[in-house]
Design a protein around this ligand. Structure first.
Ligand SMILES: C[S@@+](CC[C@H](N)C(=O)[O-])C[C@H]1O[C@@H](n2cnc3c(N)ncnc32)[C@H](O)[C@@H]1O
Length: 365
């Protein structure tokens, strides 16, 4: 035990504790009859310590390492993904802090918006590379957006990402602040300007229409951004969600039963009325089809197994924002409920539905 503790850089007391709580029990004996760690035990210890270092609690770790569906390779892949995310997030924050230090050294105070940017576009610099795996055009939602654009010929797409909802038959200009997202725009995509919604580098009324899809909730100041869209275009179309209607959060089993932390992300978020007022428009519900092609947060409401897939989660910022502990707890509870039949029992009614009202809205002005 002493040798293993020394190699792993933990105290013998820690190993005793893991043994006592059943997290890691040495499974073999030495010739002298002392308990010893087998190669499998050491492998398990490595997983325990790695999850520990990522901030998981011992109970959560026990669930993770006891899961029979996850072998050593799957654990390594998951750990690698979590560590890369953490590294990318840390790198993005270091860059932001360096900028602020530089600005302060020159006597410039950064604005509250600038200080918060690290959680907006910078978040996409950190998670953006996972985006194209599951985020693509959902044709039924695209049809609604394109219809709402009316006869607009020149269209500004703000927070454009990889351009999933850009209409192919109009003259599109994209705006995207994240370098990682800009770099992933497909060849031949519309020209893309590096800018943020809150300060668009265009003259008043320079486009027939401006659109913003699944992006407003990332802007440090959504109302200011929407006013900018209104300023530069005659028509505005925004695909977003209604944060103040708690009804759909209660209806959606994922936020209700597994990820209540989602509610914390909405604190301070403007009401739907504030958003529609900012563009002077109206809000229409958008139902989510059961086989939605765009893997946004609510997309898999009738395909719960999808949320167990790391790729699905990495392409949705909610999972990064709630943090690894809430994420792993939600996923392991969901996994258990799916295998025990509890999820199916609780959500029996969903099988008969082809669409769901989960608070998504199209704002049109
Ligand atoms: C979920 S993605 C949506 C991308 C695309 N509209 C789509 O539907 O696939 C959100 C995008 O908003 C961008 N974003 C973040 N803060 C922004 C801001 N202040 N102004 C404009 N875009 C922003 C992110 O960089 C990211 O590309």
């Amino acid at each position: 035990m002493g040798r293993v503790a020394e190699l792993a850089g933990v105290s013998v007391r820690t190993l005793h504790h893991y043994d006592e709580i059943g997290l890691l029990e040495p499974s073999t004996r030495t010739a002298a009859g002392h308990r010893a760690y087998s190669a499998d035990d050491v492998e398990r210890l490595r997983e325990v310590l790695a999850y520990r270092r990522l901030g998981f609690g011992l109970r959560e770790i026990a669930e993770l390492v006891d899961d029979p569906a996850t072998d050593a390779v799957a654990h390594l892949c998951r750990l690698r993904g979590l560590l890369m995310d953490q590294r990318d997030r840390a790198a993005a924050m270091v860059t932001a802090i360096d900028r602020e230090l530089e600005a302060r050294a020159m006597g410039i105070r950064t604005t509250p918006e600038e200080q918060l940017k690290v959680f907006g576009a910078r978040l996409y610099d950190a998670i953006g590379s996972a985006y194209p795996a599951t985020r693509r055009t959902e044709p039924r939602i695209a049809a609604r957006i394109w219809d709402a654009l009316g006869d607009a010929q020149t269209v500004l797409n703000v927070g454009a990402g990889t351009g999933s909802y850009e209409p192919p038959d109009r003259d599109v200009t994209a705006v995207e602040p994240s370098a990682v997202m800009r770099a992933q725009r497909p060849p031949g995509a519309a020209p893309c300007v590096a800018a943020a919604a809150e300060s668009l580098p265009f003259e008043d009324q320079s486009f027939d229409a401006a659109m913003a899809v699944s992006t407003v909730h990332h802007w440090p100041d959504p109302v200011a951004g929407l006013r900018e869209l209104r300023r530069v275009a005659r028509r505005v179309v925004v695909f977003t969600y209604d944060a103040d209607d708690t009804g759909w959060r209660q209806r959606f089993w994922l936020t209700r039963d597994y990820l209540p932390e989602f509610a914390d992300l909405l604190v301070g978020w403007p009401s739907l009325a504030d958003l529609t007022r900012a563009i002077g428009g109206r809000a229409e519900p958008v139902l989510v089809p059961w086989d939605c092609a765009d893997g946004f947060f609510e997309a898999y409401w009738r395909r719960p197994e999808a949320y167990l897939d790391e790729h699905v989660r990495r392409a949705v910022s909610v999972w990064t924002r709630v943090g690894p502990q809430a994420e792993q707890r939600a996923v392991s509870t969901l996994r258990e409920d799916l295998s025990s039949g509890r999820w199916a029992e609780r959500n029996r009614d969903l099988v008969a539905l082809d669409t769901a009202e989960l608070g998504l809205r199209l704002l049109v002005a």
